[in-house]
Structures are given as structure tokens and as C-alpha cells.
Ligand binder design. Structure first.
Ligand code: GRF
Length: 241
């Protein structure tokens, strides 16, 4: 079934890096992090296990951290991925930080930027520059619970189903077109730690899955809703109990 939705479509533009003539052009992916890096770890594990470089001609080529002591830096280094540290406090303004970020990113000409626990709101100028190429993982079933402290807020609201979302980044925080979601049941005795742990487990399935869907051109950016090409929309939801 082909699902076609209204809205302007901006297909992801694939750029080539220098590669030997027989190899397909590599699709560079840059990951932004700020903290633990468990989603980065899941992404790198999937890329290795599923042989993304050989099968999809895609590779995580750099990790950019907004914190100098993020555990995610150790994860990147363990996988021999180059890291860049840009600490917001060292820049005079949000715009200056984002310009430095863009300069760092541009040298990799990424087809995709993945925000994997990046605790910074990006300026509209930065978002516009990478629109359709930048995705984020958020620990709730958007549009419920954008922002912080999502697990406690879900418990307080008494929802029976909670989860995580991967979406294209738009100028409004946690509000861009949804690519894929993972749902988990909320248990009667859950607290934010137990619920958050189960959601995180699903994030680790969801993020590599969603990146792959975009890389394979199965989900395209559209201004209002992501455009799903050639697969059932149901496939874009992961369910766990
Ligand atoms: C995840 O819960 C992600 O959804 C949110 O930030 C957290 C990052 O965790 N955006 P980690 O650094 O990947 O472990």
C-alpha cells in the first residue's frame, strides 16, 4: 500500500564522499549527543551487526558532543568514531554556537544528523539548514509529553501506554513529523525509573530502526507529516509489553 499525504516533500539528498570508484557513495551520518550515549551505542551496534557500511553504504562518521565529559564520547571512541566537543558556554550566543556546530558538521556533508540525547535547542536557522535530514529521539509518545521529565509526567497523567518517538526535527521543539514510535505498557507499580528503563530498552530498538527506514528512503520528510513510501504505516510502530 502506498500512503500519500499532503505537504511539500524534500527528498533526502545523497551526497558522495571520496570513495574508491567501485564502492557506492557513502552516506555520512553525524550524531549529536550530550550525555550517557546509550542510544549512540545502540546505533553503532546496529550499524555493525547489520553491516550498514556494506549493505546501505551508510556510516556514522562523527559524533558531536555539547559536553566535554559525556559518557557518549567514550562510546564513540570505542567504535573509532571521530568526536568533536562544542561546549555552549564557550560561545557568546546561541547563534554563534549553532554556526560553529554547522561548520563542524559541514565538513562531513551528512545525509543525516541524529540527535541522540542532545540537550540543546537548536536555532531555527540551524534547523532550516538541515530540514529533512535531522532526526531526534524523544522519550514519550509524541505529541504527548514534549519537553523534559516525560516518564514522571506520563505516570502523573495516568496514561496506560507510554513510549518513545523518532521524528524529523522542526523549528518547534519535539513537534516535527513522526517517523516511528515504540509503545510500552505502563504497569501499576511503575515509578519513573522502572518505566524509563523499559522505554529506554525500546529506544535502543527504535532509533536504529528509524534511521534505517530513512536511509532506505522509506520515510521521507514532508512539512506536515512524514511520508511513508512502500510500507505499511503499521510497520512504523514497535510494541512491547
Ligand atoms: C533518551 O531518553 C532520549 O530519548 C532523550 O535523551 C535520552 C538520551 O539517553 N532524547 P542516552 O544518552 O542515549 O543514553
Amino acid at each position: 500500500m502506498l500512503i500519500v499525504r499532503a505537504g511539500t516533500i524534500h527528498p533526502v539528498k545523497i551526497q558522495s564522499a571520496n570513495r574508491p570508484s567501485k564502492s557506492p557513495p557513502i552516506k555520512p551520518i553525524v550524531v549529536f549527543v550530550s550525555g550517557r550515549g546509550t542510544n549512540l551505542q545502540a546505533l553503532l551496534n546496529a550499524a555493525e551487526a547489520e553491516r550498514w557500511e556494506q549493505e546501505l553504504a551508510a556510516k556514522v562518521v562523527a559524533v558531536v558532543s555539547s559536553s566535554a565529559d559525556a559518557d557518549a564520547l567514550g562510546v564513540a571512541r570505542a567504535h573509532h568514531v571521530p568526536v568533536h566537543i562544542l561546549v555552549p558556554e564557550q560561545f557568546g550566543s546561541r547563534a554563534a554556537f549553532d554556526e560553529a556546530l554547522a561548520r563542524t558538521v559541514e565538513r562531513y556533508a551528512p545525509v543525516m544528523i541524529v540527535l541522540a540525547g542532545f540537550m540543546r535547542v537548536l536555532t531555527p536557522a540551524f534547523v532550516r539548514r538541515y530540514v529533512g535530514r535531522m532526526i531526534n529521539i524523544h522519550p514519550s509518545l509524541l505529541p504527548s509529553f514534549p519537553g523534559l521529565n516525560t516518564h514522571q509526567r506520563a505516570l502523573d497523567a495516568g496514561v496506560r501506554v507510554h513510549g518513545a518517538t523518532v521524528h524529523f526535527v522542526s523549528e518547534d521543539v519535539d513537534a516535527g513529523p513522526i517517523i516511528a514510535q515504540a509503545a510500552v505498557a505502563v504497569h501499576a507499580n511503575d515509578d519513573k525509573v522502572s518505566l524509563g528503563a523499559r522505554v529506554l530498552q525500546q529506544e535502543h530498538r527504535l532509533l536504529p530502526y528509524a534511521v534505517r527506514q530513512v536511509l532506505e528512503g522509506r520515510v521521507l520528510f514532508s512539512e506536515r507529516r512524514a511520508l511513508v513510501v512502500g510500507i505499511e504505516r503499521d510497520e512504523l510502530a514497535l510494541l512491547a509489553s
